[in-house]
Design a protein around this ligand. Structure first.
Ligand code: GTP
Ligand code: MG
Length: 135
């Protein structure tokens, strides 16, 4: 069993898709280990997306992710990291995510792609420390 860090990004919260995302996580057989609604400050967002520092979309991404409340979750289960990436679908909701995935079913734009999921065991460990330091 492993843990992954999931975010329902501010666009997903604004659109009322928190329940939809959690329902898909639960139906997949994954468990919720932590859950919090909060508005991320700039330092947290910059830490979270440090790998993208310097990219052309970085500032817009940090503005977006700090622009309203999001839901942060720790999700646990067998192969939880790739399992949630499968539920999310590819980064671009139209070109990469397929129907049946969260992004494929509900997204249109790359930046507004509704959810985040850790992409490796190392990322998951790093990101869980950022969002849930007491876990
Ligand atoms: P995350 O789970 O959020 O990390 O998405 P990802 O792993 O599928 O994609 P990646 O880590 O490469 O990019 C992080 C986030 O930056 C994406 O989810 C998008 O919200 C945003 N992003 C990535 N590429 C672009 C881009 O070319 N343009 C814009 N505007 N945003 C992008
Ligand atoms: Mg990523």
């Amino acid at each position: 069993s492993e843990r992954t860090l999931v975010l329902v990004k501010p666009d997903g919260v604004e659109r009322g898709l928190v329940g939809e995302v959690i329902a898909r996580i639960e139906r997949k057989g994954l468990k919720l280990a932590a859950l919090e609604l909060r508005t991320a400050d700039r330092a947290t967002a910059e830490q979270h997306y440090a790998e993208h520092d310097g990219k052309p979309f970085y500032n817009d991404l940090v503005d977006f992710i700090t622009g309203g409340p999001l839901v942060a979750l720790v999700v646990e289960g067998v192969r939880a990291i790739p399992a949630f990436r499968q539920l999310a679908g590819g980064t671009d909701p139209v070109e990469k995510a397929t129907p049946g995935t969260i992004r494929g079913d509900f997204g249109l734009e790359v930046q507004y792609n509704l959810v985040h999921g850790s992409d490796s065991a190392e990322s998951a460990e790093r990101e869980i420390k950022i969002w849930f330091p007491n876990l």
